[in-house]
Design a protein around this ligand. Structure first.
Ligand code: THU
Length: 159
C-alpha cells in the first residue's frame, strides 16, 4: 500500500485586471452571456463563454423547464452549440459566470458533475486540454485542464 496525494495547480485572481486581455475578454463574454439565461424557477443566472481554437467565442446560458430535468446548464448549452456548429474546431477555454437574482456571485460558481463529464468528453474529442475559468466578482479561478476539476476522469486522456 502506498499513500498518495493529488495536487491541483490553478491560478486564483482577486480581480479581472490581473488576467491576460484574452481571458478578461472571455470572462466579460460569460458575464454578457448571463443575459440569455432562462431561469424563472431558480432565479440563478449562469453564463458560459467558450473560446474555440480559431478565436471564436460561443456563448451559452442556463435554460430551465417546468419539468426540471429537461433544463440545461449554461456550460453544456455552450459546449453543445459549439460542437454542433463547429464540429472540427477544438475547444480552448471555457469561462463561467453566475448571478443570483441578477446580482453576480462574489465567489465562483462551480460546474456540476454532469457538465464536468461533458467537458471531459470534448477534451477527449479534440485531444487537447480544455482550460476552465470560474469567475466570481471577488475571486476568479483558472484551471489548466478538465482533470483538475474532475480528477480520475472516466476514460481520461493523459494530457
Ligand atoms: N447551473 C448552471 O447553468 N451551471 C452550473 O454550473 C450550476 C448550475 C444552473 C442550473 C439551474 O438552471 C440553475 O443554475 C440553478 O441550479
Amino acid at each position: 500500500m502506498t499513500e498518495k496525494k493529488l495536487v491541483i495547480d490553478y491560478l486564483e485572481y482577486d480581480s479581472l485586471e490581473e488576467m491576460t486581455p484574452q481571458d478578461q475578454e472571455l470572462v466579460k463574454a460569460a458575464d454578457e452571456a448571463r443575459k440569455g439565461s432562462y431561469s424563472p424557477y431558480s432565479n440563478f443566472q449562469v453564463g458560459a463563454a467558450l473560446r474555440l481554437e480559431n478565436g471564436l467565442i460561443i456563448k451559452g446560458a442556463n435554460q430551465e423547464n417546468a419539468a426540471y430535468p429537461s433544463g440545461l446548464c449554461a456550460e453544456r448549452t455552450a459546449m453543445f452549440a459549439a460542437s454542433a456548429n463547429y464540429p472540427d474546431v477544438a475547444f480552448d477555454t471555457l469561462a463561467v459566470s453566475a448571478a443570483d437574482h441578477g446580482v453576480q456571485c462574489e465567489l465562483p460558481a462551480s460546474p456540476c458533475g454532469n457538465c464536468r463529464q461533458v467537458m471531459a468528453e470534448y477534451q477527449k474529442k479534440y485531444g487537447k486540454p480544455l482550460k476552465i475559468i470560474l469567475a466570481g466578482q471577488k475571486r476568479i479561478r483558472k484551471f489548466w485542464k478538465v482533470d483538475d476539476v474532475l480528477p480520475f476522469i472516466f476514460d481520461s486522456l493523459k494530457v
